[in-house]
Design a protein around this ligand. Sequence first.
Ligand code: COA
Length: 181
Amino acid sequence: MWRGDKVELTAVQREDLLKYVAWLNDWSVSQFLAPGIPMPLNIEDETEWFENRRKSKENFVFGIRTHAGQLIGNCGLHNVDLKNRTATFGIFIGDKNFWNQGYGADATRTLLRFAFEQLGLNRVQLWVYDFNPRAQRAYEKCGFKRVGVRRQGVFRDGTFHDEILMDILRAEWDALARSAR
Ligand SMILES: CC(C)(COP(=O)(O)OP(=O)(O)OC[C@H]1O[C@@H](n2cnc3c(N)ncnc32)[C@H](O)[C@@H]1OP(=O)(O)O)[C@@H](O)C(=O)NCCC(=O)NCCS
């Protein structure tokens, strides 16, 4: 339904959840994700997440699939606030064979199109850790700008790290879309 150059954003199906459990139990993936994920995660935890998200009006969550239909990750808009027209973006490509090939940036752009052109949002923000330069680069490619830092906001592997706040405004998205034409 939401088709990019390399990916499609689709509904998350119940049968996808086992893959998510495997990916989220892989520390090389989940070290970059927000605290709160119980480690290790089991299928009951993930099913609870799925049911909560399905009922929630503040979250829009999609499976990321290749055009061949292979599930490679997940992305979504969280804390969607339709009064102030803002939301917080999150993403992971769980299948590491697909890292660094533009799939993450394409999924991000596709979700931004949904956020701005369908939900009518004005601003989308995200948090990224200082030790995740790949994600920062992927977001910059999509037009996100670094706008703040939550100093030492996260504790990972024995050390405190900064959390970087990035955002993009609807007007900036429109300007990028115009220049791409
Ligand atoms: C972050 C993530 C979504 C990005 O998706 P992706 O498909 O790997 O990213 P893309 O290929 O679109 O872009 C990555 C860019 O970072 C660059 N990059 C990779 N490693 C880098 C590094 N160590 N330093 C700087 N840039 C780096 C790549 O070269 C590429 O830039 P380019 O296209 O200019 O060459 C994906 O890697 C992922 O899910 N990682 C694990 C979970 C995660 O970090 N989630 C985000 C939490 S905020």
